[in-house]
Ligand binder design. Structure first.
Ligand code: OAD
Length: 246
């Protein structure tokens, strides 16, 4: 596909680049996107019913088992060419901030060094009562397991519907988006705020905003460029053209 020369030259001269990724960048790794239909045993539930503190209070075992199933599915997948291209992009620009809504840890697995996880990480757990990360617990047969410190229930360290994003992490993401020269929105439906608002902070900061998504979103008409492309195909081609700086 044709990549506009103007975009390449803006990337070559960019001091800072910010990237927001969503479930779409992991789709080519085989991780279903958030709004893909749930499969198998979980088909009869919608994420909105399970990913809430109320659902956990009501049925902690069901919610814990749903995340255990998702963790097991994510455990075996590998980063794809899109994740790897972002590791390369990080090397090519002076200031690079990678912000993700994904909880699969694939950016870190690909080698991205500094990842702002707005919605947590499915591989991390925390105490429901103390809201503190728990590294390990006694392997009793109880599901969900209990916090070794206070005996409270352990939950996934994931931001659930109705919960606030980690404040410091979002503030850093917001600041990076507002001051960057180029902002990428990759593989996100741009439906969920405040994450979806970051592209608008970039626009009002005067950044060039680039969307990469096979489907159109509400950002598509606002972005400087909107490529109807898969991240795993488009990103490597784009990043390959950047070196050879003028
Ligand atoms: P969605 O499932 O809402 O959107 C995934 C987007 O990826 C869609 O717009 C697809 O068109 C696009 N897509 C699919 N395949 C792609 C590919 N190969 N390359 C690029 N894009 C592709 O997932 P998110 O936008 O990440 O929040 O959802 C945002 C948040 O909504 C999630 O983090 C979750 C959910 O509520 C919480 O759980 C708090």
């Amino acid at each position: 596909m044709a990549i506009p020369e103007e975009l390449i030259s803006r990337l070559r001269s960019a001091r800072s680049v910010a990237v927001l990724t969503g479930a779409g960048i992991s789709a080519e790794s085989g991780v279903p996107t958030f709004r893909d239909a749930q499969t198998g045993l979980w088909a009869k539930y919608s994420p909105e019913e399970l990913a809430t503190p109320e659902a956990f209070r009501r049925n902690p075992k069901l919610v814990w088992e749903w995340y255990a199933w998702r963790r097991q599915r994510v455990g075996s997948v590998k980063p794809n060419a899109g994740h790897v291209a972002l590791v390369r992009l990080e090397e090519l620009v002076p200031e690079f901030t990678l912000i993700t809504q994904n909880v699969d840890g694939l950016h870190q697995k690909a080698g991205s060094r500094h990842v702002l996880e707005l919605h947590g990480n499915i591989r991390r757990s925390k105490c429901f009562d103390e809201d503190v990360v728990v590294e390990g617990w006694e392997d009793s047969k109880e599901v969900p397991p209990r916090c070794p410190r206070c005996g409270g229930l352990i939950r996934p360290d994931i931001v659930w519907f109705g919960e606030a994003l980690p404040e410091r992490i979002f503030a850093e993401a917001e600041q990076a988006s507002a001051k960057c020269d180029v902002f990428f929105s990759i593989g996100t439906s741009s439906l969920v705020y405040p994450a979806a608002g970051l592209a608008y902070s970039a626009l009002s900061g005067g950044a060039l905003v680039v969307e990469i998504n096979p489907g159109a979103t509400s950002l598509s008409t606002e972005a400087s460029y909107s490529f109807r492309e898969a991240a795993g195909k488009f990103l490597p081609e784009l990043v390959r053209k950047i070196p050879g700086k003028a």
